[in-house]
Design a protein around this ligand. Structure first.
Ligand code: SF4
Length: 323
């Protein structure tokens, strides 16, 4: 299957006055049509920076090297005018906190209708009927009334539904969702995840889902990419990853999820800290925190692949090529 999004060997640096800091190192990933792919990792691992580089939303001090193909075009080479046509049209983004994305001075109707005006040049009445349909689709009751209301009149969950409606307005092929449920309480979070999953199924919309929460990945995604300290360390189908995590960091992440069903608490935090971006070890970046570290781990591991996983760890070097 031809990938909708094909990120090849992306590295991202931020330039300061006296130094250049590498935050993402040699990332490659694909998202297929209709697929939900999760990127999971602790804060600062580079997952949000990677997702923002797709729509070129990083500041001027960011330097992105590599290739990002969307629907066959390298997004790092298209003009700013073409990129503006793509944002909110071919690719939409949903952020964690809707209040920072919604304009407090504009009505909900105007904000959901804005991409329809910009990208489709729809008449006012066509926009209104499309917006009402979208409000219904994202499960907002009293659509006619909400159309005239302002963001502060809605709850956090409702505001996130509005953001999903804005993202869906032009029927994009890809939605990038950056921690879209982190600010919500657990019940609302489950409803929003269910809504996004249904939307993906019904419209065949691909979703790149950024999260720090493996529980959300299990709920939502078809495939998962685990990032650590600016690199991908493991990649697998969700079922394969949960059945048999391979990278010691992934194992640590899974062990640090509280297991409510288990007889006893099995929450085991990962020891130590993520290395500083300014002082990355030359070998495996997880070395200082890993219980399995060996001499060879002082050399940087590449990705080793077997039939189900790709894993950046010397423990799995001899598995490559096995079915
Ligand atoms: Fe641990 Fe070595 Fe694997 Fe790194 S390469 S995760 S240090 S076993």
């Amino acid at each position: 299957m031809k990938s909708l999004l094909d990120i090849r060997n992306i590295s991202i640096h931020f330039k300061g006055d006296h130094e250049k800091v590498n935050v993402v190192h040699d990332i490659s990933l694909q998202v297929n049509p209709g697929e939900i792919v999760g990127i999971v990792g602790e804060s600062g691992c580079g997952k949000s920076v990677t997702s923002m580089s797709i729509l070129r939303l990083l500041g001027r001090n960011a330097e992105v090297k590599g290739e990002i193909f969307f629907d066959g075009r390298n997004l790092l080479e298209i003009s700013e005018k073409e990129m503006r046509k793509l944002r909110g049209n071919g690719i939409s983004m949903i952020f964690q906190e809707p209040m920072t994305s919604l304009n407090p001075l504009h009505t909900i109707g105007k904000q959901i209708g804005e991409p329809l005006l910009r990208h489709r040049n729809m008449s006012k009445s066509d926009r209104k009927s499309r917006v009402l349909k979208l409000l219904n689709e994202v499960g907002i009751p009293r659509a006619e009334e909400i159309y005239e209301e302002f963001p502060h009149q809605l709850s956090g969950g409702m505001r996130q539904r509005v953001m999903i409606a804005v993202a869906l307005a032009c029927d994009p092929a890809l939605i990038i969702a950056d921690e879209p449920t982190t600010a919500l309480d657990v019940t609302i979070q489950a409803q929003i995840l269910e809504l996004m999953k249904n939307i993906s199924r019904q419209h065949q919309t691909s979703i790149l889902f950024i999260t720090h929460d493996l529980g959300v990945v299990a709920e939502m995604c078809d495939r998962v990419i685990v990032m650590y300290a600016g690199q991908i360390v493991e990649h697998a189908d969700v079922a394969a990853l949960f059945r048999k995590p391979k990278h010691p960091y992934t194992v640590g992440l899974l062990n640090s999820i509280p297991d409510m069903a288990a007889d006893k608490e099995r929450l085991v935090p990962i020891k130590g800290h993520v290395p500083s971006l300014r002082n990355m070890p030359s070998g495996c970046r997880f070395f200082e925190r890993c219980d399995h570290a060996m001499d060879i781990c002082r050399q940087e591991p590449r990705m080793f692949a077997d039939g189900t996983h790709e894993c950046r760890c010397w423990l799995h070097a001899d598995e490559e090529g096995r079915p």
